[in-house]
Design a protein around this ligand. Structure first.
Ligand SMILES: C[S@@+](CC[C@H](N)C(=O)[O-])C[C@H]1O[C@@H](n2cnc3c(N)ncnc32)[C@H](O)[C@@H]1O
Length: 245
């Protein structure tokens, strides 16, 4: 199976997670952020508005494939507010053991519109689970606080790390998670623009990322190489000219 790009320690596959995952092995850490089925626009390759039953069958199939390529290790997966309540029992049925729910508080960049029917969202939940009994988490220096609420600002276009993806996570969030979680080979089957891979690079872990959309794979490569990618519209045009040539 030919990767889209690799530098030896970080590898990107551009394609469907379900087709690529069965070819991987030796994975002992999964950090991911799947599509939540909330109607986001991830390009023509992805339908993020499926009938809920279809979506959850698909979700179960993907995480079964993830479970099968892991020997022992930790899983972190975010989901929507309601989604975590459906994802947790499903992941337990597959064989993952639930440890805890972490909260990512993004602080800025949220809608200021106040709904009349609910409280305005300011956080996302991340399910923390394990397969088997992995090595302990790092306890860190005395006084270092590893808490279940991780506060890292949401990426915005004027941030040094830039914003290239509609649901991009901040590198700092994944760095906070990765620096205390053991695991030599991380896989993110829904890497978007490769945030988890950049965090893995920062803490010296090997990582494999997968995304279905070629533009995201290309942006991920450029960000990993320390370049500032073109805007999405320019990239779509550049890549489609390449295909036509
Ligand atoms: C929530 S986003 C991840 C964003 C990522 N955490 C980041 O910081 O850039 C989910 C990603 O999954 C990708 N995706 C959706 N279905 C996929 C599939 N079947 N196989 C691989 N990638 C898929 C989408 O293109 C999208 O980029």
């Amino acid at each position: 199976m030919k990767p889209y790009w690799t530098d030896g320690d970080r590898t990107i596959y551009c394609g469907d997670a379900l087709e690529i995952l069965p070819h991987l092995s030796g994975v002992d850490l999964v950090v991911t952020d799947p599509p939540y089925n909330l109607g986001k626009d991830y390009g023509p390759e992805v339908d993020d508005s499926r009938p809920p039953e279809d979506y959850w069958i698909w979700f179960g199939t993907v995480f079964k494939a993830i479970f099968e390529i892991m020997d022992v290790g930790y899983l972190y997966t975010s989901h929507s507010d309601k989604g975590v309540y459906l994802a947790k029992p499903l992941l337990e049925t597959l064989g993952f053991d639930y440890i805890q729910t972490l909260i990512w508080w993004g602080r800025n960049g949220y809608s200021m519109q106040l709904s009349r029917h609910s409280w305005s969202f300011r956080h996302e939940s991340i399910l923390f689970m394990q397969k088997g009994v992995p090595r302990d988490l790092e306890v860190g220096e005395p006084g270092m606080r590893y808490t279940s609420v991780i506060e890292v600002p949401r990426p915005q276009s004027n941030f040094p790390e830039g914003r290239y993806h509609p649901t991009q996570k901040p590198v700092g969030l994944y760095k906070a998670i990765l620096q205390r979680t053991p695991g030599d080979l991380l896989v993110d089957p829904f890497m978007g623009v490769g945030t988890s891979l950049r965090a893995a690079a920062a803490v010296g872990k090997r990582a494999i990322g997968i995304d279905k959309r070629r533009e995201y794979c290309e942006i991920a490569v450029q960000l990993l190489q320390g370049k500032l990618p073109k805007r999405m519209s320019q990239l779509v045009m550049a890549l489609s000219t390449e295909v036509e040539e």
